[in-house]
Design a protein around this ligand. Structure first.
Ligand SMILES: Nc1ncnc2c1ncn2[C@@H]1O[C@H](COP(=O)(O)OP(=O)(O)OP(=O)(O)O)[C@@H](O)[C@H]1O
Length: 772
């Protein structure tokens, strides 16, 4: 509404139409106030009453009533109980729902939802949008606070669409498209509005879907790039020019496809809702999300180590933020409106209220005094904001699998990492909610990490410190965005012995977002300014494995450098020596890492006769790619092309043997983390680093285990040593059998595989026990 004074429109205990008794105010936005009330004529059932001052310059409740009535019977619409008006206000009574999605997101410890929750919620929102479009209306203000979860046990997992105040009929009474106006004015909320709205053009069905797309991105990523930009036009420009690859970093490929479909649509076009639903279903299916798994808010955040419940989740904070919007938002003050994320209405759109077929669709409001005409009053004085903007965009903690990384880092910091002191493995367990990490087996409820120097009996493992970390397959796509098209392809899906290509890639490109996160090989001290041990953790080898079975036929070769086949990476020079034995047993964990190393060696020996000599030219070529993939300056330029492959690009062939199940499709990630306890240890570590390899462990597992409990889950570790040397431009690759040295054209001594961990320092684990 144009404004309301701080006095509320309804009083507690006020009874409307002898039926609805006001209990409390539960919200207020740009256009109205929402109260909880009880229905005295229906067993005191709780209802929501939305009221709008009859003096408001922009009356939107009529539209709400019209749309809500037409939506009756649809899954994502509130029940309509009644409406009316009197001298003071117009009102709409509907079923009471639970918290809205904006509040729920703010209550999460990281201000973002897990991929599972995000996708499943988006799926329901898409259905809701489809429903409103099916009755001939656009919503035009799709945003998280306009969706609420159900409140009763029977509907608490259903998303309800709210607030049809800015809706517009796009079909005329004959069911034909209304012709678009040349200048329509801005409608919606700046953060989520489609570019069409920013351009003041007539919005179409695709624009509601664009808003859903921005919402979904925000759910997953925790924020949108324009969250702090106040200028509406600037936000519009940013949206128009946004690099989808950057925006959707680590998101499932299907989101790219979602956006690509929307881009292809104009006002007149009917979106392919089925296709969009299929995309979301695909993400759900591929990641093993099930409808009955809990949403993030159904998990007790307090059980998460180090996680604090956000204070803004309580009712009064919700109320406050909405009240702010309601009190302070002048209709034409775009900055302030943006701050509160209340809908903006700019320009003329008169036919919304009074003209055209839409007006004909409006029902008369009946009420206490019925049919009282509205007075026209001057807009009330604009008051200063009472509350500061609620800054809910906390620093980005990245996506969900960072929980795991953070947990690992914090855990390692706690257990200490000096291998001079700890000759044996350190094993630590920590609990993570199932939505964060899929346990290695269906029944496990904890993830385990294993660190430590190999025992002396273990001759084959070079790793001095390594963690094998199982990342839920559901995050596969986010961990491994396609960044190149040189993926090796599977030539044979049913062979007994296969050749595999292991690709190194960034596995969480959030680390690469800012250049200060990345340190050169010669600059691995960690953040000395931060005395907190965990803050100085360094994650080495942010690598994921893209694992693609190649031909079972070992003599079906690809020429070194991959030049003979565009489908194969240049690094396929090693492919002959990477043999997979599908019969290999597996138990998982660090122990497995060692046994696999032994297998690797055997594998290398077994296949040595068929292995082509590696071409250093091709390796250097590939390293160039690798360098650029980890170079933040080049990163943005990396092409991300949605395609069917869920795996990654930048490749470094592993010549280690891999044991995997026949249906390996997923990658697990192993990261090497070093948390120096003090300066001296750090110096020691530096020296040691020059001597030793920093192993990159790539662990893989079939994701069949998630779908079919019977199928044997096989986990394997591929080891590749990347050896630092004194010169930043020299990197030695060491396999179990060979040791090769390459000159790497590093730019400005920029690192290849190293990055400093700065951001993810919030989890604080209790000290772990050290096994000796
Ligand atoms: N039926 C309902 N049940 C429970 N809560 C509701 C209901 N309707 C609205 N709310 C709450 O009130 C808030 C504001 O409602 P609504 O969006 O309809 O008002 P508005 O004035 O149009 O707000 P805005 O201008 O921010 O869009 C919602 O975010 C939601 O939290």
């Amino acid at each position: 509404m144009a404004s309301s004074s701080e006095a509320e429109i309804l009083r507690v205990s006020q009874v409307i139409r002898d039926r609805w008794k006001v209990k409390s105010k539960i919200g207020g936005g740009g256009f109205g106030e929402i109260y909880e009330a009880t229905d005295l004529q229906n067993h005191n059932e709780c209802v929501a009453i939305k009221v709008e001052s009859s003096k408001a310059t922009k009356q939107v409740l009529k539209m709400e009533v019209a749309v809500l009535r037409r939506l009756q019977g649809k899954r994502h619409a509130c029940k309509f109980y009644g409406c009316g008006r009197n001298d003071e206000f117009n009102y709409l009574v509907m079923s009471l729902q639970g918290k809205n999605l904006a509040d729920l997101r703010r209550e999460t410890p990281r201000q973002c939802f897990s991929l599972s929750t995000s996708i499943r919620i988006a799926h329901q929102i898409l259905e809701g949008i489809r429903e409103i479009h099916s009755i001939g209306f656009l919503h035009r203000d799709i945003k998280p606070s306009n969706f609420a979860m159900g409140r009763s046990t029977s509907n608490q997992r259903t998303v309800y669409m709210l607030d049809f105040g800015l809706a517009r009929q796009f079909l005329n009474q004959k069911g034909e498209m209304r012709s678009p106006r040349s200048a329509a004015g801005f409608r919606g909320t700046v953060r989520y509005a489609a570019v069409t709205a920013h351009k003041n053009k007539e919005m179409g069905r695709q624009d509601d879907l664009w808003s859903l797309f921005y919402m979904l991105t925000e759910f997953i990523q925790g924020s949108l790039p324009w969250r702090k930009i106040k200028d509406k036009d600037e936000v519009g420009r940013m949206k128009e020019n946004v690099d989808l690859n950057a925006l959707l970093e680590d998101c499932p490929l299907e989101l790219h496809q979602f956006a690509i479909h929307l881009k292809s649509l104009g006002y007149i076009d009917t979106p392919d809702y089925d296709y969009l639903e299929r995309l979301l279903s695909q993400v759900e299916r591929e990641n093993g999300f099930t409808m009955d798994e809990p949403f993030d808010w159904e998990i007790n955040y307090e059980n998460l180590p180090g996680a604090k419940r956000n204070q803004n989740g309580n009712a009064s904070a919700r109320l406050k933020s909405h009240t702010t919007a309601m009190i302070n938002r002048p209709l034409d003050d775009r900055n302030r409106a943006l701050e509160t994320q209340a809908p903006l209405t700019m320009g003329e759109d008169d036919d919304e209220q009074t003209n055209g077929p839409q007006a004909a669709a409006l029902i008369p409001l009946d009420g206490l005094n019925g049919g009282i005409s509205q007075e026209v009053v001057a807009p009330p004085k604009i008051e200063k904001p009472k509350y500061k903007r609620h800054e809910f965009m906390k620093p980005k903690y990245g996506t969900v699998n960072l929980d795991v990384i953070s947990a690992v880092n914090a855990r390692l910091a706690a257990v200490g990492m000096d291998d001079e002191e700890e000759n044996n493995d350190v094993e630590a367990n920590f609990n993570l909610p199932s939505s964060v990490l899929r346990p290695q087996t269906a029944v496990e409820s904890s993830a385990s990490l294993r660190t430590g120097k190999p025992k002396s009996s273990d001759k084959t493992t070079k790793s001095n410190r390594s963690i094998t970390l199982s990342i839920n397959s559901r995050y596969k796509k986010r961990m491994t965005p396609v960044t190149d098209t040189t993926n090796a392809q599977a030539d044979d899906m049913s062979g007994n012995a296969r050749t595999a290509l292991t690709l190194l890639s960034k596995w969480h490109s959030s680390f690469e977002n800012s250049s200060e996160d990345v340190e050169g090989m010669n600059n691995q001290e960690g953040d000395r300014s931060n005395k907190d041990g965990s803050a100085r953790n360094i994650i080495y080898g942010r690598l994921s494995a893209a694992f693609t079975p190649l031909s079972r036929n070992s003599n079906e070769t690809t020429s070194p450098g991959g030049t003979s086949s565009s489908r194969l990476s240049p690094m396929t020079v090693h492919k002959q020596s990477t043999t997979i034995n599908q019969n290999s047993p597996s138990n998982g964990g660090g122990r497995q890492s060692r046994s696999t190393s032994r297998d690797q060696k055997g594998s290398v020996q077994r296949t040595a006769s068929v292995g082509a000599a590696p071409s250093s030219t091709s390796i250097i070529t590939h390293f160039k790619n690798l360098v650029s993939s980890f170079n933040p300056r080049n990163n943005r330029a990396t092409s991300v092309e949605p395609n069917n492959s869920s795996e990654v690009s930048y490749g470094l062939a592993s010549s280690g043997g891999i044991r995997v199940s026949p249906s390996v499709t997923n990658a697990k990630v192993a990261a090497r983390v070093i948390a120096p306890a003090d300066e001296e240890k750090e110096a020691r570590r530096q020296r040691r680093l020059r001597r030793r390899s920093s192993d990159v462990n790539l662990a893989m597992c079939g994701r069949d285990d998630l779908q079919s409990p019977e199928s044997p889950r096989v986990t394997a570790i591929v080891q590749k040593s990347v050896v630092t040397t004194n010169s930043p431009s020299i990197v030695r690759l060491r396999d179990n059998g060979s040791d090769e040295q390459f000159k790497i054209p590093l730019e400005d001594n920029k690192p290849i595989l190293f990055c400093r961990r700065k951001r993810y320092q919030f989890l604080n684990f209790p000290r772990a026990t050290t096994k000796s």
